[in-house]
Design a protein around this ligand. Structure first.
Ligand code: AMP
Ligand code: TRP
Length: 332
């Protein structure tokens, strides 16, 4: 029997805070679905080196890396099917970043929206890593010659940069890298609960997102206080739509979803009815994940073993490819 070699899929997530529903619906849901498909071999990484482009204290960073690992395992990343590891454990990521630095035009990085936003947010820490962030991301993907990158919409510009880098390399030294494509879910951009004109993000305070680690009480409260059209304001309509999107994702009863959608379209939606139904639907989906999360927290040894095995698997591919790359360039 011949074993089919599957193309690699790569994606990553920072350890800046807890896993939230935006991460889940925009990216992680696809990672879990695709690991069970026959089409790709997934490689998923907690990208700690990207995380340190924003100042974070050592104890918090360490805890966040562990928490993110546990959150991902709890939501369904299966280390038997997915190569799952922490980025800095495979040093070839940084090695390839340097090589890519030498072919990436500065002007391409200056265009990056995320860089401009983060530079504006962290005026006292506009470091070179923040600027070079997309090159490290290109290295993450291309180190494995990954063809598919399941991410939220906000990352499309970075994936495009990875294609630019691949093209530059191929033009200069001959065809080697594939040009990776983004893959989106049905919810490529979940909006904030408090400011529905912005995407749900760890940056805008705990009230704006629902984390996997939130208690049932917190979840009920957050949904209850979520912004809707009832409060008025120019973008308020987005808030209602966002809650309906969440309901469609989490409620298994299509009739209920349809009814609220129709009420919304007819201008007859009562948020006092929708919100408790939505909160319950989210709680039901989160319940088994939270139970698994609790268990994994007790089993630090297992979590460490999973990451070690993942790093070994990733390293096997990375060392082979970096050797080829260095030969192509003339470094060895
Ligand atoms: P990050 O937390 O920025 O490392 O993001 C990890 C993944 O989640 C990336 O693929 C993001 O594009 C995705 N993501 C983050 N926030 C959202 C959101 N509000 N809606 C959809 N996807 C998101
Ligand atoms: N930049 C991504 C984010 O903020 C995380 C990331 C790092 C990533 N390396 C990656 C995503 C490689 C996809 C592929 O969400």
């Amino acid at each position: 029997m011949s074993t089919k070699i599957k193309p690699y899929l790569f994606s990553g997530i920072k350890a800046t805070g807890p896993l939230h529903l935006g991460n889940y619906l925009g990216a992680v849901k696809n990672w879990v679905a695709l690991q069970n498909s026959d089409n790709y071999q997934p490689i998923i990484s907690v990208v700690d080196l990207h995380t340190i482009t924003i100042a974070i204290n050592p104890a918090e960073l360490k805890q966040n890396i562990f928490n993110m690992t546990v959150d991902l395992l709890a939501t369904g990343i299966d280390p038997k099917k997915t190569i799952f590891f922490v980025q800095s454990a495979v040093k070839e990521h940084t090695e390839l970043t340097w090589i890519f630095n030498c072919i990436t035009p500065v002007i391409e990085l200056e265009r990056m929206t995320q860089y401009k936003d983060k530079a504006a947010q962290h005026k006292n820490n506009i470091n070179t890593g923040l600027f070079d962030y997309p090159v490290l991301m290109a290295a993450d993907i291309l180190l494995y010659k990954a063809e598919v990158v399941p991410v939220g919409e906000d990352q499309e510009q970075h994936v495009e940069l990875a294609r630019v880098v691949a093209r530059k390399f191929n033009q200069r030294w001959g065809a080697y890298f594939p040009e990776p494509k983004s893959l989106f879910t049905k919810t490529p951009r979940l909006m904030s609960l408090t400011e529905p004109a912005k995407k749900m993000s760890k940056d805008s305070g705990a009230k704006s997102y629902i984390a996997l680690s939130d208690s049932p009480d917190e979840i009920v409260k957050k949904i209850k206080s979520a912004t809707t059209d009832a409060g008025g304001g120019a973008q308020a309509g987005d808030g209602g739509k966002n809650l309906l999107d969440l309901l469609a994702q989490f409620c298994s009863d299509e009739k209920i979803v349809k009814r609220f959608q129709q009420d919304y379209e007819n201008g007859a939606l009562k948020y006092s009815e929708l919100k408790p139904v939505l909160a319950q639907a989210i709680l039901e989906v989160l319940k088994p994940w939270q139970a698994r999360r609790q268990k994994l927290f007790q089993d630090k040894k297992y979590v460490a073993e999973v990451l070690e095995q993942g790093a070994n698997q990733a390293r096997t591919i990375a060392t082979k490819n970096i050797l080829e790359i260095k030969k192509i360039i003339g470094l060895i």
